[in-house]
Ligand binder design. Structure first.
Ligand code: BES
Ligand code: MN
Ligand code: ZN
Length: 499
């Protein structure tokens, strides 16, 4: 689907579908349409049935103009109760309504502006449509047809500033949404196709299309050289080699003040649990256990294409967690990259083992901040539901920045604490650490308390547990009802671009 912009194109062919908002008048069962051009209001009121359309949410009303164009009035309820997220959702619903029957649609943007903020309104419009248009049909022999190919964002009045902002919004939000959709594609790909070696190759190939990005892929021998004993212990039972994808983006201008942000992602192409095998019901969908890595890659991708001013390192720790005769047995003690010894009580707590070594590698690069994303614990679903991303950190300043980036993206995120008793609970009596707490209570924070051991305490670090939000977000019309959501790519992109 392509977006373009036009200004007050009066000479319409008479075949257009024109989309406008309709609001409800406060406390009345009538539509408030004084914003509409006179021509629209006249055509609307000529139709008797228009009397029963009051602009309430979820309702739409179609009517023709004199020249034959069709107006689709989208009921959005009272204007005061709308916000940028509901606008995003309504646009996704519009897409679903028109995708099969129209090849082109015009959206009257000025009518949709909320809070006088054209940029944020446009972001919601483009994102709602483009994210809703996503389909994962690579493996279907018969693909569904989408008629809708072109969206024209139309301004009523010639206004150079608004024209510039509209073009910019189309450009930027298309890149962000393509990156969200790229992330979704990676997560949805099944594990027999997207194994560690193939995943690393795919990312390496895609990274060549980005701006000023260098890529290095470390294999088993290099991980051994790096002494990544935890990471390697997870890979021990796998038929595929582990991969650490190391991407670096350098901004156009680098000065002494240029910040350096490191992103780290959990890339478990499949999590069987290992010898601590998951029951079959819980194992289903564990192809999505690499969502953390594709989320950070999605944000890295967008930030590079949008020429972020900060230097960005992106590190993807990729393997599966499988079982064979060489797989790591529970009770094993392994040595982490930073020298700490870890008793592996449960081979299903594998994400923290991979991340720990990669976080230690990231710390050595001395970035100004490290953010990791991981589908780390089932417990985050218990504490925060599948709608909220868990955030844990060693630095309040970083927390504030990430939370405000999440708010800007309208993505839910909530901080969970790392407290002393949790740190204590992760200590073993026969090794420095153990990979699982004494009880399942507080599991999300305890996993973070474990990770903290591998981060240089001088570096601000934040951990995002996306085990809930990475998967199906069926309450969001701009996410597929089933499958990867691509959540948090937008939050992290905002964070990188706002530095
Ligand atoms: N990948 C899982 C976390 C997960 C579970 C994500 C359910 C989404 C849905 C992770 O590797 C895992 O298995 N964690 C264990 C940790 C436990 C053994 C300490 C968990 O959450 O049960
Ligand atoms: Mn696991
Ligand atoms: Zn896992």
């Amino acid at each position: 689907m392509k977006f373009s912009m036009s200004v007050n194109s009066k000479n319409k062919k008479g075949q257009e579908l024109i989309i406008i908002p309709a609001h409800k008048t406060k406390n009345k069962k009538v539509v408030s349409n004084t914003n509409w051009p006179e021509e629209y209001r006249n055509s609307f009121s000529k139709i008797k049935a228009s009397k029963s359309f009051d602009g309430s949410k979820g309702k739409t009303f179609l009517f023709p103009l004199e020249n034959g164009s069709t107006i689709m009035a989208i009921g959005l309820g009272e204007k005061e109760s709308l916000n940028f997220e509901s606008l995003r959702c309504e646009m996704a619903n519009v897409f679903k309504k028109i995708q099969h029957d129209h090849s082109e649609a015009i959206i009257k943007i000025e009518q949709f502006i909320l809070e006088d903020d054209i940029e944020k309104s446009l972001a919601s419009i483009v994102q709602g449509l483009m994210l809703a248009a996503y389909k994962f049909e690579r493996h279907l022999t018969t693909k569904s047809e989408t008629a809708l190919k072109k969206i024209i964002l139309e301004l009523d009045n010639k206004n150079p500033k608004n024209e510039k902002l509209t073009k910019k919004a189309i450009h930027e939000n298309s890149i962000v949404c393509e990156s969200v959709n790229f992330c979704r594609d990676l997560v949805n790909e099944p594990p027999n196709i997207l194994n560690s070696e193939y995943y690393a190759k795919l990312v390496e190939k895609d990274s060549k299309t980005l701006n000023r990005v260098k890529v290095k892929v470390l294999g088993k021998d290099q991980l051994k050289k790096e002494k990544m004993g935890m990471f390697l212990s997870v890979n021990a039972g796998s038929a595929y080699a582990p991969r650490l994808v190391h991407l670096t983006y350098t901004p156009k201008k680098v000065t002494k003040k240029t910040k350096h942000i490191a992103l780290v992602g959990k890339g478990l192409t499949f999590d069987t649990g290992g010898y601590s095998l998951k029951p079959s019901g819980s194992m289903m969908n564990m192809k999505f256990d690499m969502a953390g890595s594709s989320t950070v890659y999605g944000a890295f991708r967008a930030a590079s294409l949008l020429n972020s001013d900060v230097k960005i390192t992106c590190l993807l720790g990729i393997t599966d967690n499988a079982v064979n005769e060489k797989a790591t047995m529970p009770d094993s003690i392994v040595k982490a990259r930073n020298g700490k010894t870890v008793e592996i009580l449960n081979t299903d707590a594998e994400g923290r083992l991979v991340l720990g070594d990669v976080l230690s590698y990231a710390s050595d690069l001395k970035p100004d901040a490290i953010i990791d994303a991981a589908t780390l614990t089932g417990a985050v679903l218990v504490s925060l539901g599948n709608e909220i991303c868990g955030l844990m950190s060693n630095n309040d300043n970083l927390v504030e920045k990430i939370l405000s980036s999440a708010k800007e993206a309208d993505e839910y995120m909530w901080q969970l604490p790392i407290i002393e008793p949790f740190r204590k609970d992760m200590k073993s009596n026969i090794a420095d650490l153990k990979n699982m707490g004494g009880s399942r209570f507080g599991g999300t924070s305890k996993a973070a308390a474990f990770l903290e051991n591998f981060v240089d305490p001088k570096i601000p670090w934040a951990h995002l547990d996306i085990a809930g939000v990475g998967d199906s977000q069926s309450h969001l019309p701009y996410c597929p009802t089933k499958g990867a959501s691509g959540s948090i790519v937008r939050t992290l992109t905002n964070y990188l671009l706002n530095q």
